[in-house]
Design a protein. Structure first.
Length: 138
């Protein structure tokens, strides 16, 4: 992957700083993890114009963006469940919040129950969980 532009890097570092404040999360305690994810997001901003999650594989990145915004950072899982599979937005211990995930979710299986240290922050799209559940029960 080519090095991202300074402009995109600055944009993504600003986003990460503001989003951690908004959600009550922190960056990963291993700064290399955070740097790698931010670099991937910035590279996608340069390539695609949007910060597509760099931790997933996409056969066609542009088609993924046209299909939905599910994996555009902050992704749907982060906005709904406060779960970041990239480990960009985590607890001070470096673990992703899993408290709100369905019990059968892979994050819950891997990390167990990780309580949200700041339940009063984040999850701006939690209402969509109820909408999805209602649609599947209909």
């Amino acid at each position: 992957m080519d090095q991202p532009s300074e402009k995109s890097l600055k944009r993504m570092w600003t986003f990460v700083r503001k989003y951690t404040e908004k959600t009550g999360t922190t960056g990963h305690p291993d700064s290399g993890v955070t740097e790698a994810v931010v670099n991937g997001l910035a590279a996608h901003v340069d390539e695609l114009g949007r910060p597509l999650c760099p931790c997933n594989f996409y056969p066609d990145k542009k088609a993924e963006l046209e299909r939905s915004r599910e994996w555009v950072c902050a992704c749907d899982e982060m906005k709904q469940y406060k779960y970041c599979h990239c480990l960009l937005f985590v607890t001070p211990e470096g673990l992703p919040v899993t408290e709100y995930l369905p019990e059968d979710h892979e994050g819950r299986q891997v990390y167990g129950l990780v309580k949200d240290p700041t339940p009063d922050k984040g999850r701006e799209a939690r209402h969509k969980i109820k909408d999805k559940e209602a649609a599947t029960q209909s």
